[in-house]
Each structure stands twice: as C-alpha cells, then as structure tokens.
Ligand binder design. Structure first.
Ligand code: DSN
Length: 414
C-alpha cells in the first residue's frame, strides 16, 4: 500500500517503521472500539500539499492571502457534513475531540459554570468533567452514572438536573453500549433551562449511516471526532443550531485554535462523501450485527457484559469472574495479535491502570470484511487466549490462527 518512494530514499529508517506498522495492521486484529481503517482516498488527501497552507479564519474571511482554493475545500467539507447530519450549522476546523469539546464549553459557558456529564468510569470521557482534565478544572462538573444494570436511568439524570440546575447537560460516552434517549435529555434540559451538548465521537458514523438515532433535531450543539465509526482522518467537527453559529465559530477560532489543518479538512470532505454513499449504511448495519453477535457469544461463554448486551459498536466486559484483570487480558491478547483496550467497569474496585474490564468494538474488523462467522471464531480465539494466558505454546498457535484469518481479509493489500 505504501507508495512513499521519496520517504524511502530520504528517511529509510522512518519509512521502514511505517512499513512495519502497515504489516502489523494487516496481520493483527483491531478491536479497539475507537479505531478504524481510513480509505486510501482519505489517506491520500491527508498527505497532500494542502498541508502547506495557513488559513486562520473562515471561507472568504481569512487572515492570510492565497486561500481561494482552501476556501473551496473547506466549503465542500461543510456542505457534505451538513448533508450527512441534516445540521443547520457546522464547523469542520476542530483538530480533535478534546479541543472540539473545549471549544463547545468556551462557546456556551463561563469558567465555574455548572455542567452535568457522565462519569468517566461509568462510560463517559475525560473531557466530560474529570478532575484531571481541563473540563473538570475549569467548570463545575456534576456527574451522573449508570445504574447497577449498566443503563443510564433518565429519571436519576432528571433528579440531579433539578437539584443542581446545570447550565449545560452533556450526553455522550466513550464506553457505553446502549442507546441514548436524546429527546429525554432535551426535555430535562428544558425543565432547568440548560443547554444540550451531545458528544457523538464514538457513534457519529452509526448516526450518519442512519442506524442509530440522531441528536441533531433536539440538541443545541454536537461534537464528534472523524476517525472512529466515521472512518475519516484524525480530527473533529462541531454541529449546532443556526442561532449558536457565531459563538461556536468564534470559540473554535480565535478562541481555541489557530490555523486549521487544511489537508485534514480535505480528508474529512472525502470521508463525508464516503459516508453519504448508500454502501456506508450497509457497513454500519454490519458493525452493529457483529457487535451484537459478539456480545451474545461472549455471554454464552460466561463472560459478563455490562448492561447485558449492546445497541451500538462496542461492549465492556467485566472480567472479574475470569480471574484476569483488564490489563492482563489486554497484554495476553496483544501477544496473539488482537488489540483491545482495558477499561474500568462502573464503580470499579480496581485502579484505572489495572481495571476490571475490557472494551471491545467492531468498527475496524467490519471495515476489513468480518461478518458473524468470523466474529464467532474470534470470540473463540479470545476465550482460548484468556484461558491459556500462561501457556506460550498455545498462545503462539492462536497467533498463527489470527494471522491466517487476517490474510483472508486484507485491509490495504487488496
Ligand atoms: N481515546 C478515545 C477512545 O478510545 O474512546 C476517546 O478519546
């Protein structure tokens, strides 16, 4: 896949590292819920000469000359993104998820304002108010949680909202496998006069593909990354109602960021075009079918899935009945060529570096063509690896099976 002939002669060492990583991706199975394989078209746009330009400002109002073509690129990305989500206003400049969220807070809040967000170890995100993150340090976050059954109870969210009267309610997650009730969040926010902010980083593709409900009709503002289920370049965007357009744009630039990354904006435009293709809907349907089959199969093998299943692309497994920590499981699976991320479980008794769970997701394996049959085999391999965590010979055999499976489903080496 790698056609970097200039790089290979100017910096052979780095070129070889990229080649090695390409081999790793081809020969290993990717189950990290936030990762995916961007198309060659997306990768090509990212490595274009658009990298060379500075273009602070917005189309037609830049602080540097020579931006006529960049204006066209950004406008194209904007129009495609609007069409993809049916959004009134969009900003395609945010560099990544956390800066996008920082811009949203800056657009709607003053430091010290009260905000409601899902707790990190209950599936939320650092930027939804964790104490070590800018969000928790700059704003007065109150956190809601999932219940014993692994679901968010909207009545509890309402109780906290009525008691705390936040200025903003954040709905979104990085490790929650159930649908969010956008309409109910909006009703609660209206009761207390709060802004509604949805962080759809994990599920943007599934929403764009029409397989999950969209917050767009209800929410004031929405942020997302572009590289997860949406399968684009690493980056982000913000959608909002027209009435908030000016304050959102001003928060992104000059509030949070300087020059946008125009090569990434171009790659976003490519990814949005791909997501508008009817094929993308079929891909999204398969992501969910694969995740549901996987959860079902893990449950048959006596694994505990938080909330008992999944409505989206991911699941969190509570490993406490399997006599292995999330960290150990991550390491054992790494040995056989399967990438997963350890995860806290709600109210985890173990520390975050050695938590009790694993988070697993199906966007990447679905991109490479896995269907239910391969998913069943994969669960078998994961279970075998966990059971034989101390048997290097057995692990070596599983690694070979992983490689054989990968070779049947090439990513770029088609
Ligand atoms: N790192 C992303 C994830 O894995 O969910 C969130 O920022």
């Amino acid at each position: 896949m790698n056609k970097n002939k200039n790089l290979s002669s100017s910096d052979e060492f780095l070129y070889k590292l990229i080649e090695k990583e390409e081999e790793r991706q081809e020969n290993e199975i990717e189950l990290i819920a936030s990762e995916n394989y961007a198309s060659m078209a997306v990768l090509e746009a990212m490595s274009s000469v658009l990298n060379n330009k500075y273009s602070e400002g917005y189309s037609g109002k830049r602080y540097y000359g020579g931006n006529q073509i960049i204006d066209e690129v950004e406008t194209l990305a904007i129009e495609r993104l609007k069409q993809l989500f049916g959004a009134e206003h969009v900003n395609v400049q945010p560099l990544s998820g956390s800066p996008a969220n920082a811009s949203v807070y800056m657009a709607f809040l003053e430091p010290g304002d009260k905000v409601l967000g899902l707790k990190l170890d209950h599936g939320g995100h650092l930027s939804h108010g964790h104490g070590v993150n800018f969000s928790g340090r700059l704003y007065d976050f109150v956190q809601y949680e999932v219940e014993e059954n692994g679901f968010i109870d909207m009545e509890k969210v309402r109780e906290i909202a009525l008691r705390e009267k936040p200025k903003m309610i954040v709905a979104g997650f990085s490790a929650y496998s159930r649908n969010l009730d956008w309409k109910r969040f909006k009703e609660i926010a209206d009761e207390v006069g709060a802004y509604t902010f949805a962080d759809i980083a994990h599920i943007a593709g599934l929403i764009a593909g029409g397989v999950l409900d969209s917050p767009v009709p209800y929410f004031d503002v929405i942020s997302s990354t572009t590289h997860k289920t949406l399968r684009g370049p690493r980056g982000a965007f913000i959608l909002c109602k027209e009435q908030f357009a000016k304050q959102v744009d001003r928060a992104v630039f000059p509030g949070m960021q300087g020059g946008p990354h125009d090569h990434i904006t171009a790659a976003k435009a490519v990814a949005f075009k791909e997501a508008l293709d009817p094929e993308f809907k079929i891909y999204c349907q398969q992501i969910i079918k694969n995740a549901q089959k996987m959860a079902e199969e893990f449950i048959k093998k006596d694994y505990k899935i938080i909330s008992g299943g999944t409505d989206n692309h991911l699941m969190v497994i509570d490993l406490r009945n399997k006599n292995i920590s999330g960290l150990e499981a991550e390491k054992v699976l790494e040995k056989v060529g399967i990438s997963v991320s350890r995860s806290t479980i709600p109210n985890d008794p173990a520390p975050p570096m050695r938590p009790s769970g694993l988070r697993i997701g199906t966007p990447a394996i679905t991109t490479r063509g896995f269907k239910e049959e391969e998913v069943l085999f994969l669960v078998e391999l994961i279970d075998e690896a966990i059971k034989n965590k101390d048997d290097d010979e057995k692990l070596e055999k599983i690694k070979k099976q992983v490689q054989d499976l990968c070779q049947k489903f090439p990513i770029y080496k088609k």
